[in-house]
Structures are given as C-alpha cells and as structure tokens.
Design a protein around this ligand. Sequence first.
Ligand code: FE2
Length: 207
Amino acid sequence: MLSLDLNETTMLHVQWPLPYATNALDPTISAATIAVHYGKHHKGYVDALNELIAGTELTMLSLEELIAETAGDPASVAIFNNAAQSWNHAFYWRSLRPKGGGEPPLALKQRIEASFGSLDACKKKLAAAATSQFGSGWVWLVLDADELKVIRTSNAETPLTMRMKPLLAIDVWEHAYYLDYQNSRLDYVNAVLDNKINWGFAATNLE
Ligand code: FE2
C-alpha cells in the first residue's frame, strides 16, 4: 500500500491503483464485481483505517508495520482488520491479470512441481483450500521456509504475520464472486486459476 506524506508526522494510506481496467478480467470477474469490490469494499477498508488511526502515533507507520504492530492485540482488532484487508486486497489485485492462467515461468514451475508434484496438483490444492475455508477468508500460495505451501486464512488474517512469504492471494469472501457465480466458490476459483491467475507475479515474489 502506498503511503502519502501529508506532513512530517502524518501519513495517509492510499488505495493502490487497480493495475488494469475494471472490465479487464471479464468474464471471469465482471466489471460489476470489480466496481463494488475495488470501489466499495477495498476502498472502505482503506478509508476506515485512515479514520481509525487519525491523530495517533500509528500514522507514523507503514501499512506493513501497522499490521505487525496490531496483530494479536485485542485492543487493536479494528485497526488490524482494516490494515490487513487493505494490504490483502492490494496483493490480490496484483495476483490477477487479464491474460492470466497458463504456465508459470520455468523456475516457479519447477518449485511448484517439487512441492506439489505438478501444476495441476497445486491448482487442485488451491481450489480445495478455497472450498474448505468456512466463511470469509483468503487462499494463498506462500513460501514457508524453503517450501511452497497452500494455506487458508480467515477474515482479514494474512501470512505476513505468520513468517511466511505470500506469493499469490485469492479472495474467497462472498463479495469477490457472488455477483458472477452466486454460491459457487469452486467455479470462481477454478475460473481464476485457469484464466486470470498471475503466475508472473508469484515468480517475482519468489525472487
Ligand atoms: Fe475482498
């Protein structure tokens, strides 16, 4: 998340620009979904975060520092949730691309095959994680120590607080797919994995 210096002591978090047009992921993810998801939900988290930290010393922190500072603190749940959701969404948009899917770059593909056996097995594991996540949350491809893993997180939880390096995120909150797929989270995730997942972004994060 970009941070904008307003003056020497106050930083306002700014919603990252969407890296493509709102209709660029259609029909996998419609422009109507992006309009609400990016324009209302993601924006809402960033706006709420700025309101929550206004006038406090927390405005001195970057988004990543804010997430680390508030994680696990019962008195800071609202700030953590909005900070983590701001970061998770910025990461999610970059985990997708208009001409996505297909084959990962070779070095990443070899890492995937070493950890999961095959690209198809990795995709199946991501899809299974999505369908088995109870309620709202996220599915991630992460680097854990030296191994690639698929993990789930609930609500706003993020691998940033788990000593894991996120490579890709798929939002499995209902607001990510309900307009396009109604209750079929599996159809949404499979369509994303086949057509829109940004393996190049994952490869960059692996470096
Ligand atoms: Fe979302």
